[in-house]
Design a protein around this ligand. Sequence first.
Ligand SMILES: Nc1ncnc2c1ncn2[C@@H]1O[C@H](COP(=O)(O)OP(=O)(O)OP(=O)(O)O)[C@@H](O)[C@H]1O
Length: 246
Amino acid sequence: MTALEVRRLSVRFGEFRALEEVQFSVPEGAFVAIVGPNGAGKSTLLKAVLGLVPYQGEVLVYGLPAGKADPFWFGYVPQIKTFDRSFPALALELVVTGLRRRWPFRLSPKEKEAALAALAQVGASELAYRPLGRLSGGQLQRVYLARALIRRPRILLLDEPATGVDRVGEEDLYRYLEAYQKASGATVLMITHDWEAAHHATHVLVLNRRVVGFGPPERALSEECLRQAFGHVGHAHGLFVEGGRA
Ligand SMILES: Nc1ncnc2c1ncn2[C@@H]1O[C@H](COP(=O)(O)OP(=O)(O)OP(=O)(O)O)[C@@H](O)[C@H]1O
């Protein structure tokens, strides 16, 4: 079954064309790594899928126009660099916002239980009662992942989830994602600048305002695609070769 179908998707900000006629189709249960240079429109693509920016074209989620799909089908982990750390709240409270639209002034016992379970799922139980402002980048990232998982999404969208996370934290993150995916059959789309991580995906989308390549990593991460997207292959090509999966 097709989980996500994007047809001729274009996004403009005034005169600026952030995405042009983007088209791809993701089967249920796929793990898609989205790569591309800065400003390629990667975050904009996820936002369009979520209906957070206006677009032209079509986004179908399990065959339904995205606007008609149940919002709870989606789990979203935004880039944490945009997070306001002075916001006075506990990690547990942030996780519960995955279940409601408004800030939870009071948590019901059921919500609390669900949030604790979601935090446990990402190995972050000990963070539940910590103020958000005192969490490290990696800890905050886990809390955001718990916030996305609490709604048991069918499609998980992650915007550079490994930013600010150390190597061990990054491996943990992928482990939790994999475990969730295995248990739920969910589809994952993850923006990453780590080509090594992209090699572990089932599909790679190489984006530079348009789709430069889409398919299995060995094809989409070919030198030709990367050169087209980035203008050069450069240092990261070392990873490509060292990975031994070319
Ligand atoms: N709300 C907005 N208004 C105007 N321009 C925007 C807006 N959002 C994004 N853009 C522009 O659209 C382009 C694509 O931005 P986007 O954040 O999607 O890129 P990206 O591929 O995620 O980049 P990065 O790797 O740096 O995170 C950029 O040139 C950006 O400045």
